[in-house]
Design a protein around this ligand. Sequence first.
Ligand code: AQP
Length: 337
Amino acid sequence: MQQETQKKLIFSGIQPTGVFTLGNYIGAVRNWGILQEEYDCMYCVVDLHALTVRQNPTEFRKACYRALALLLATGLDPQKNILYFQSHVPQHCELSWLLNCYTYMGELSRMTQFKDKSEKHADNINAGLFDYPVLMAADILLYNADLVPVGADQKQHIEITRDIAIRFNNLYGDTFTVPEAYIPKSGARIMSLSEPDQKMSKSDPNANATIYMLDEPDVIVRKLKRAVTDSDSGIVFDPEKKPGISNLMNILSSLTGKTVAQIQDECSSMGYGDFKLMVAEAIVEEFRPIQERFKALEKDKQFLAQVIKDGAARASYRALRTLSKVQKRIGLPPRER
Ligand code: AQP
């Protein structure tokens, strides 16, 4: 049987749509490792979400395992956290269907991610893309998560999750915990290096726009050197007028723990070239130990398989309990056990 704790429950997920980016790391994954000491944590590789965009089957399977190995390499302990693949716990889909019936088309049409991704993938605006937030609500509500650590781009999806939970609770009595978003104070939105008014994304077709967690040091330095700044030269934090340099300051602040004001003070006499190198070095040093652990973990197929199996079993046990309660509340005929 599972051991229950009185700790608050954290749930979050990440799509295996490519190698994780510096944005994924600073905005989400890094904080997951910090939270594992204090909370009861569940972290999921949301492979079903990733199918809302076309994936090459062979590459996709590899990307799923790579995602898990990267989470472990950043320091997530499978004893302290439940780590699993979304598709291995079918209750996510079952609850998602039920919640669809308590979600309005109007609400879903307002989602910024749907609008953005519809523009980017105009040839494949599928129903899954539209319904993405309901599957995400099911992911979270299935475990009665108290907190959901995400980057700022996911705030709207947490809000709709809360609306669905409140609506359901009002109709059927207290069933779901209404979750809160847990957004980091610094680094909640890391921007593209090429278009600093766009967020950094793992599926950006322009590889120079994105730092991937598995980029070699020389690649990181090269991408930083090419990062778009402005014709001015001051290291000044002004996201409106100087979005490029402000993004780099934000990255350095998130990695060093210094405030952007401190960085502005300390680097006031530097040119853009030297400053970019300083940021590149901080990223290289941050990723070096993670990359080393990743190389070893990636080869340990037996260990990965065990983590996945244990994670799915532990998640399913919890998921079944919530799903049965929901089915009963709605009035579905009970299943013979
Ligand atoms: N640029 C970012 N800055 C800060 N946080 C970010 N996150 C994503 N991009 C940034 C956070 O990373 C977590 C996992 O994201 P996801 O895989 O669920 O999907 P996403 O938000 O759509 O991330 P990507 O990298 O942009 O993926 P693609 O390109 O596939 O769409 C989330 O907590 C997210 O907030």
